[in-house]
Write a protein that binds this ligand. Sequence first.
Ligand code: AMP
Ligand code: TRP
Length: 343
Amino acid sequence: MTDQAPAPYAGPKRILSGIQASGALHLGNYLGALKRFVDIQDEKPFIFVADMHAITVWQDPAVLAAQTREIAAAYIAAGLDPKKATIFPQSAVPAHAELAWIFNCVARLGWLDRMTQFKEKSGKHKERSSVGLYTYPVLQAADILLYKATHVPVGEDQKQHLELTRDIAQKFNNDFNAPGFFPVTEPVIEGPATRVMSLRDGSAKMSKSDPSDASRINLMDDADAIANKIRRAKTDPEPLPETLEGLAGRPEAKNLVDIYAALSGQTKDQVIAEFGGKGFGTFKPALAELAVEKMSPIGARMRELMADPAQIDAVLKDGAERARAIADPVVAETKKLVGFLQL
Ligand code: AMP
Ligand code: TRP
């Protein structure tokens, strides 16, 4: 997949992102995704719950519905204002599936064969994986291009899927002689914490699939659980260094400094200026206090929101209507370009 010269795209800037409706959210999702969505919400982003992506692996139907609402509750609890951000479940906008089918016929088998996430998720049992898991990145391209999104904030792990999205946009524009119809979308992978590490092992990513609950701070953890996990986080015996360079080779210490910086809105230099030379006996309680202050209100608000599913559904329904108003004309135009009858 090579980067060709971007086709001229004359449309407006549009930001879009989504999180899959599977498993509980944690501090890595908060700092790598949710908080960044909140930071740019004045630009009116489209932020959806990827429930169609979730079913690429088996989901108990009752649990899927609850998880879809939980992600929506997390968006709102983290500070997204549904008047600014358009918040909706992917499955409520049928055009995602329509465009994904067309893109299935644009993307090449060879492109999908290179996707590392499929290799990781399918493991040794490729032939027993769903076909949906294989074409997962094609649906992701449809999610993005259906809104002609120009910018997509995500964590580092989504980079390859964004490259595929760019290739699909360029091939579609080229094959159907429609230069600049779809934008060549920019991935936005930046900020102090695009890769938050496990609290038990500074070389592993904080992840919902880690069997140890002590490895991550869940958005729904209460104040005691948050403080305990930080107090018990793995560290080395040395005090914090006086300079940032001194964190080299100390992944656990570096991770805690990164988390402190991201949560407090300070630079890492400022954190080191304050805590350099001090031991973890001083730094950990300060970090625990900060994490409790920033995280526990989000969990508390999520619990309140989830106690009233009708209110969440009302937000999602309104968001879906606004999303369809943008998506439907784009898919209609795409079908015309493909040559489907306009009846
Ligand atoms: P996932 O939970 O894998 O569906 O990811 C949802 C969003 O959170 C994506 O934008 C990821 O890149 C981001 N994310 C997941 N884990 C981390 C982490 N440990 N650090 C930073 N960002 C993350
Ligand atoms: N694959 C993304 C994840 O696991 C979720 C996702 C689906 C997404 N469609 C998207 C993210 C479109 C950004 C844009 O995190």
